[in-house]
Write a protein that binds this ligand. Structure first.
Ligand code: SF4
Length: 435
């Protein structure tokens, strides 16, 4: 039977889509391989959130074509497929199929057609399929189950391509979500659930809110840990924080992307909150959940960002002292409203310099935070043997810190909760001993 390899770029939603495609292809008898050489079918599940990622994908396809002299079937799925659709097939005649973000359930049809010599393109908005139960996603080798609760986004932040690649918001039925959680826990033996959505706080289905989803998942037997991604600050409310506080198995780990500390830039970004409203929410979270872990996203070099705006961002970073940060230079994306702004573009050298100041500051904050964990005990969910040193196990704390510790009983502990004491730390991870 033909072998396939899926290469996944981008966010957790893409990883989850790849797991679904792996499951469907295996059900149809195809064999997964991690070897590029062995694969007959090469599938790129793509990300288009930044321009650089799109360039890398185009160059990756060129390399595959040249290296294997056109012998492999190559298909593209995900955000670049949604964004470019038919144009992508016309630009790269070598491609055999293009599947948008809402068409990945058609992967076996696309592959079978390609094997029979024809091409396949679909980037339609398959709403009914989104509501169907997904118990076929490949979960083998995973200790965390991704489950999507809402797809798409209606926020149209002026820099973001996601509403154009993932479509309008569509909340999935709560009963289907709960069935998928039960399948992950009871059938697949996975006890950590990560609920996914471009904006989980917008969840709305037959009067149920995101807080209702969290509470219902939390009450299911065998769910040790629940995480969720991503929250929009404008929709993040006290009710939700109180639900987190009331349930021990909901990790108090909150990713609240701020993007800029300047009101002027937040307005141009279309983020629909002010700096002080955002900071009030951080205070509210820490009042109710003193043991919470907060992370964020920031963009530097947005059109019109001046030195004062950047200092406002740095001021927020220094005062909030995030547990983790994801930071990027502004990347112009097709279709987005930011392209029409009259504001001057920030020269790349200035944006790079601002990014490096921001990241350096965060590294210091993060290192100090990690150092304060030394000597303390934490519960870790064991995920795997360490990739670099198989004598060590790797797991994560509630706060999502990566922890390595001596394997001891080795693989038996994978998927289990264990208590560890932190001994040494780096910026990226913690070293611990089993208690
Ligand atoms: S909330 Fe804004 S940044 Fe997030 S996916 Fe939607 S448009 Fe993009």
């Amino acid at each position: 039977m033909a072998k396939f390899k899926i290469e996944t770029w981008g966010c957790q939603m893409n990883e989850y889509d790849s797991q679904k495609m792996v499951g469907l292809l295996k059900q149809d008898g195809f064999v997964q391989t991690e070897s590029e050489e062995e694969a007959d079918i090469f599938i790129l599940n793509t990300c288009s959130v930044r321009e650089k990622a799109v360039h890398k994908i185009h160059s990756r396809i060129g390399v595959i074509k040249k290296r294997y002299k056109g012998q492999k079937i190559v298909g593209i799925c995900g955000c670049v497929a949604s964004q470019e659709g038919r144009a992508l097939m016309e630009k790269i005649p070598y491609l055999k199929f293009v599947l948008g973000t809402r068409s990945t359930h058609l992967i076996t049809e696309a592959v079978n057609r390609a094997l029979n010599g024809s091409k396949f393109l679909d980037s339609n908005d398959h709403k009914a399929e989104m509501d169907a139960p997904i118990t076929f996603a490949e979960r083998a080798g995973h200790t965390k189950a991704y489950i999507s609760i809402i797809e798409g986004c209606d926020n149209f932040c002026t820099y973001c391509i996601v509403p154009f690649t993932r479509g309008r918001e569509h909340s999935r039925p709560l009963s289907i979500i709960l069935d998928e959680v039960k399948d992950a826990v009871e059938v697949k033996g996975i006890h950590e659930i990560e609920l996914l959505g471009q904006n989980v706080n917008s969840y709305a289905f037959e009067g149920k809110t995101f807080a209702d989803v969290l509470e219902a998942v939390s009450n299911l037997q065998g769910v040790y840990r629940i995480r969720f991604l991503t929250s929009h600050p404008k929709d993040f409310n006290e009710n939700l924080v109180r639900v987190i506080a009331a349930h021990d198995n909901i990790c108090p780990t909150i990713h609240l992307p701020m993007q800029s500390g300047s009101d002027r830039i937040l307005k141009k970004m279309g983020r629909k909150y002010t700096r002080s409203e955002y900071l009030d929410k951080i205070r509210m979270i820490r009042d109710i959940l003193p043991e919470s872990w907060i992370s964020s996203d920031f963009i530097v070099g947005f059109p019109g960002e001046n030195e004062k705006d950047f200092l406002d961002t740095m001021d927020v970073i220094q005062s909030v002292r995030y547990d983790n940060l994801y930071s990027f230079k502004y990347s112009p994306r097709p279709h987005t409203a930011a392209l029409k702004l009259k504001d001057p573009l920030v020269p790349d050298s200035i944006a790079s310099n601002r990014l490096s100041i921001l990241q350096h500051t965060q590294e210091e904050i993060q290192m100090n935070k990690h150092m304060s964990m030394v000597g303390h005990e934490y519960t870790v969910l064991v995920e795997s043997l360490s990739k670099k040193n198989p004598k060590l196990l790797t797991g994560r704390t509630e706060g999502n810190h990566v922890v390595h510790f001596e394997a001891g009983r080795g693989r038996q502990l994978i998927g289990k909760l264990v208590d560890v004491r932190i001994e040494t730390v780096t910026m990226a991870s913690l070293k611990a001993s089993l208690i």
